[in-house]
Design a protein around this ligand. Structure first.
Ligand SMILES: Cc1cc2nc3c(=O)[nH]c(=O)nc-3n(C[C@H](O)[C@H](O)[C@H](O)COP(=O)(O)O)c2cc1C
Ligand code: SF4
Length: 410
């Protein structure tokens, strides 16, 4: 197993200091770029490394940068998105709290390559420790004269949609944190209508690593189409909950058993939900290497890595209803199809729970098909993925809960 790239073992739980980060080669990439003045070379390195965004959508980072780099505007911005608020995921807050310099170095590198004049680190109001670590790291950077561009910390509201990139930009502008219709994409017209590159904070920490070690070293880790490592969050279902880093190609069995120490209650794993906005993966696939290209044919993806585990005692109908209720609560209300879909999912799942008979599968499928691509943001599709996959993956449980329905003629 490859040693961790982003979460090296440390003696204490606090934030890595500038001196510690420098001692392991931190800021070498930034200093090299400032010395050589070859931003296009770094963009090519990021492309060759095969880095894809870790915010959930897995968009190729170098392609995103190109959009902003080519935009002919004097003022451009860059934003590090640490607005994590998906239940079950705490990898971004962990990363910023423990390794703020890696994120800030990546933010400055992204800024230089895209021609940004200012950067923001976007966090959420309740992130006390990450904010403290980032503020301390910014002070250290200033003292060292390494603040290549001004960087501000912005604290967004504690809602799920506030992490969506255009919602984050709206929050930074002082507007309500709600997604905006795309196009235009932020790389064309983002913050204050200027080209803006938004990258997840984990993506940015990988950028710093690649700038230091090179594309070849990064691309040597992982699988054919999924390069490097990924951060995962394990919850209370396992013996050792926490944030773990594994290379692509590792398996959910390894994650649960080797990292998490196995299930706390000693029960058998029935399925995993790779992240709340993804489809369930039945236990038969626990040994499939985790990669975009291997999970796609199974109808799911690694998402943001906030893994939930379903064991043989889990009430899967209640779990699915809870997820649907989360999306119903968190949708921002701007798009009628999203409001309708998320409300109706809850309505149909409650009917299943109350034993109101069959027909639910068809209804859920039609709702998802009707709503698909009709929202300003992809929450509308994210809400459907766990629900539709649950009724397939746990077909017997749903059929049992729904019961036969009212007898004919009654
Ligand atoms: C409802 C919703 C919530 C999101 N929350 C986050 C988040 O908390 N953090 C994040 O980086 N991306 C989040 N995203 C994805 C961002 O819109 C965007 O794709 C990402 O920040 C881009 O960074 P990346 O290319 O480095 O992955 C969310 C998307 C949606 C639709
Ligand atoms: S799709 Fe849903 S969450 Fe996204 S902007 Fe529309 S209403 Fe809001």
């Amino acid at each position: 197993m490859h040693p961790p790239l982003l979460l090296p073992p440390r003696a204490d739980d606090g934030a890595e200091t500038f001196a510690e980060y420098r001692a392991r080669g931190g800021y070498d990439g930034l200093l090299r770029l400032l010395r050589d003045g070859t931003p296009e070379r770094l963009r090519a390195e990021i492309a060759a490394a095969g880095l894809r965004g870790r915010g959930g959508a897995a968009f190729p980072t170098a392609r995103k940068w190109e959009l902003a780099a080519l935009a002919a505007r004097d003022t451009k911005y860059v934003v590090g998105n640490g607005g994590e608020h998906e239940p079950g995921s705490s990898k971004d807050r962990h990363l910023v709290a423990r390794h703020p310099h890696a994120v800030l170095e990546g933010l400055m590198l992204a800024g230089i390559v895209t021609g940004a004049t200012k950067g923001w680190l976007y966090l959420i109001e309740d992130m006390v420790e990450p904010r403290r670590s980032a503020e301390q790291a910014l002070r250290e950077l200033d003292e060292q004269g390494l603040m290549h561009m001004p960087i501000a910390i912005h604290l967004g509201p504690p809602t799920y949609v506030a992490g969506e990139e255009t919602a984050a930009l709206a929050a930074i502008e002082g507007q309500p944190a709600k997604p905006r219709r795309k196009p235009p994409f932020p790389g064309e017209q983002g913050l204050f209508e200027r080209p803006t590159t938004v990258n997840n904070v984990e993506t940015l920490a990988h950028v710093a690593w690649i700038a230091r070690h090179g594309a070849a070293a990064f691309a040597a880790i992982g699988t054919a189409e999924s390069k490097g490592t990924l951060l995962f969050t394990l919850g209370d279902e396992v013996q050792r909950p926490g944030v773990y880093e594994l290379p692509f190609g590792a398996t959910y069995r390894e994650l649960i058993e080797r990292c998490g120490g196995g299930l706390r209650n000693g029960r058998a794993v029935r399925a995993v939900l790779p992240a709340m906005s993804c489809a369930f993966l039945p236990a038969a696939h626990l040994d499939v290497p985790i990669a975009y290209e291997t999970l796609r044919p199974l109808g799911t993806s690694p998402g943001c890595g906030g893994v939930r585990i379903v064991d043989d005692a889990t009430d899967v109908v209640a779990l699915t209803l809870g997820i649907a209720e989360f999306f119903m609560r968190e949708q921002c209300g701007q798009c009628p199809p999203c409001r309708m879909e998320t409300n109706q999912f809850v309505h149909v799942l409650k009917a299943v729970q109350q034993g109101k008979g069959p027909g639910y599968q068809d209804k859920l499928q039609k709702l998802a098909e009707f709503a698909r691509k009709k929202g300003f943001c992809s929450l509308i599709e994210m809400a459907a993925a766990p629900v539709l996959s649950a009724v397939q993956c746990f077909a017997d449980d749903f059929a049992r809960a729904a019961g036969p329905g009212a007898p004919a003629g009654s």
